[in-house]
Design a protein around this ligand. Structure first.
Ligand code: IP8
Length: 266
């Protein structure tokens, strides 16, 4: 099984509010469809200029707090809209999508079936995550996304698609976890734009990872992605960062050829 994150910077133009990159999603969808005939795939997409645009406006972040309830509603609705646009395009590519909002997989802290204890690091509902795997193995393509989530006592928080990638990797141990983005991978520096082809978790401390995408991004941009990739690879899953606007590179990775930045699991 393969997990693929359709990054917010690829599926939308983050500098233009509510801009959906239909053609890019279509090309990635074609590459994914080619693979999904022979191997189960689960997709996760980010918020891009939909969810992040409104999260910035309403000052909503990843820590549970009493954010504006108006903001909570608007962010959540914007993600439903983006998800619906993505599902339509993926269906045009031939994928049998199975829409799965992340609230289906995660205990909300005052859900009636929840005993109050944190069951695992991500507060995930294990049976639901396993069911998602069964659905993927049956020839459907589950599609999840980062979202605004209910907490308790009128609190909410932003759950990043990168965290969903970590959660699914830890519980389902896919063959690969791939993060698509609008750059070629991880650069040694923003000035040189030289790609780091292979990273192992131990060497990561040598790199001073900085980010210039944070102003339109409430979940931490590249820094969070690197953290997620390191966590996933140290749990034994190979991770790739790849440019989603160059779909042949995505196809290469899916067929065991190197492209972008590889986070080795050994
Ligand atoms: O772009 C964030 O998901 P991400 C989703 O995967 C929202 O970090 C609602 C901003």
């Amino acid at each position: 099984m393969i997990l693929i994150k359709l990054g917010g910077s690829v599926i939308t133009d983050k500098s233009v509010p509510l801009s959906f990159s239909k053609d890019v999603v279509y090309k990635m969808g074609e590459a994914i469809y080619g693979l999904s005939e022979s191997e189960p795939v689960i997709l996760v997409h980010g918020g891009g200029s939909f969810g992040h645009y409104y999260s910035v406006q309403y000052d909503m972040h990843t820590k549970p707090r009493r954010y504006s309830l108006d903001g909570f509603a608007i962010v959540r609705n914007s993600m439903v809209k983006l998800n619906s646009l993505i599902l339509d395009v993926l269906a045009q590519c031939g994928l049998r999508t199975y829409c799965c909002p992340p609230s289906v997989l995660v205990y909300s802290n005052d859900a009636p079936y929840h005993d109050g204890s944190i069951t695992n690091k991500y507060n995930a509902i294990p049976e639901r995550v396993q069911e998602l795997q069964t659905i993927a193995k049956s020839g459907m393509c589950p599609v999840l996304y980062g979202d605004a989530m209910w907490h308790k006592d009128k609190m909410s928080y932003i759950l990043s698609g990168d965290v969903i990638m970590s959660m699914l990797s830890e519980m389902l141990h896919p063959r690969l976890a791939v993060f698509t983005m609008d750059v070629d991978g991880l650069y040694t520096s923003m000035e040189s734009k030289k790609i780091i082809p292979k990273v192992d978790a131990q060497r990561l401390a040598e790199f001073n990872i900085t980010d210039d995408t944070q102003k339109n991004d409430v979940t931490g941009g590249m820094v969070r992605k690197v953290r997620a990739a390191t966590e996933i690879s140290s749990n034994g899953v190979d991770v790739f960062f790849v440019n989603g606007k160059k779909p042949d590179r995505l196809t290469n990775i899916l067929h065991n050829k190197y492209a972008g930045t590889y986070f080795s699991s050994d």
